[in-house]
Design a protein around this ligand. Structure first.
Ligand SMILES: [Zn+2]
Length: 319
């Protein structure tokens, strides 16, 4: 028995793509239909400590297993898409560098394509997430979308006319390293006062912990206490919102998007983040057109869905 649904009777109902989103600790994997509906999903540990070579083999085995699962369910796998962190060359399909998973110049697209005998695509995890939010999530129906993931760090992905924009070197969208407080807190990138050091979930938790003396305080604690009217939490939250608005204003000056989609841990504050960010943005606007600023809809499966979209796109645009 299989769990085939009536959708299988449609012209594209019997095909799926194999999609994997490789993160620092876990991999989100799925079989996704051409209309974006997930047929099957599974999660696996990344085991980054075993190194890039072992991880590459693990990825290929999981992808093979997913293709076999598709066939067992009476579906035809037609392409494979993989999203990875770090620096990714989407044109050559190479995972150039990722400190947290140990990749260094891994030609993952071609390796996966050969192993599965299918067209393959490789993308950057956050840009893949941006693509999914733009087409299937909070930005659907909009042509120009900026997705900003605010978690441990801050990363962004720009979608232009429905396609992800990787930049000339696979490094576009790094809004977390826009300098919003010159001379400010040192950033892991080597600069100071980057948006990431001022407004990431980690930065918010750390700042509050320093000022309150409560070690281990998280951004969630700050958001909750600010909402309850606590003075220190309100100040720390306000500072982060101001920094975020500064970063978004710079992005809007450059990209003039129709919608900004905020995701990641900090966006879980919902209106507690969106309302003050919209206000702070509005106070800064001069010539800019104001984008809608909305919360992401796809949660932590955005990257995996984005990998599926890259796989589907690869069928339309064979290299
Ligand atoms: Zn930085």
């Amino acid at each position: 028995m299989t769990d085939r649904s009536p959708a299988d009777e449609s012209p594209t109902g019997d095909t799926v793509v194999v999609a994997l989103d490789v993160g620092g600790t876990g991999m989100k994997c799925a079989l996704v239909r051409p209309d974006g509906v997930v047929h099957h999903q599974e999660r696996h540990p990344t085991h980054a400590e075993r190194g890039g070579a072992a991880l590459t083999e693990n990825i290929l085995e999981i992808a093979e297993g997913l293709a076999a699962k598709a066939r067992a369910d009476g579906l035809t796998p037609v392409a494979v898409g993989i999203a990875v962190p770090g620096v990714v060359d989407e044109v050559t399909g190479v995972a150039v560098w990722a400190a947290n998973v140990g990749f260094r110049d891994v030609p993952l697209r071609d390796l996966a394509g050969r192993r599965l005998g299918l067209p393959a695509a490789l993308g950057h995890d956050v840009r893949a997430g941006a693509l999914a939010e733009a087409r299937l999530g909070a930005g659907r129906g909009r042509r120009h979308v900026l997705f900003v993931a605010i978690g441990t760090g801050i990363a962004g992905g720009l979608v232009v006319d429905g396609a992800g924009y990787p930049g000339a070197h696979g490094a576009a969208g790094e809004i977390g390293h826009v300098i919003v407080r010159p001379g400010g807190i040192p950033c892991g990138c080597g600069s100071r006062g980057c948006l990431e050091t001022e407004a990431s979930a980690r930065a918010v938790g750390r700042r509050y912990a320093e000022l309150s003396g409560q070690a281990g305080a998280t951004a969630y604690d700050v958001a909750t206490r600010a909402a309850a009217g606590e003075e220190l939490a309100t100040r720390v939250w306000h500072d982060a919102v101001e920094a975020l608005a500064d970063g978004l204003l710079t992005a809007q000056a450059l990209f003039d998007v129709g919608v900004v989609v905020l995701g990641g841990g900090l966006a879980e504050a919902g209106d507690g983040l969106l309302v003050p960010v919209r206000d702070a943005f509005a106070k800064r606007v001069t010539f800019h057109r104001t984008p809608d600023i909305v919360r992401a809809e796809l949660g932590d499966v955005a990257g995996c869905l984005g990998a599926a979209l890259l796989a589907l796109d690869s069928l339309g645009n064979p290299a």
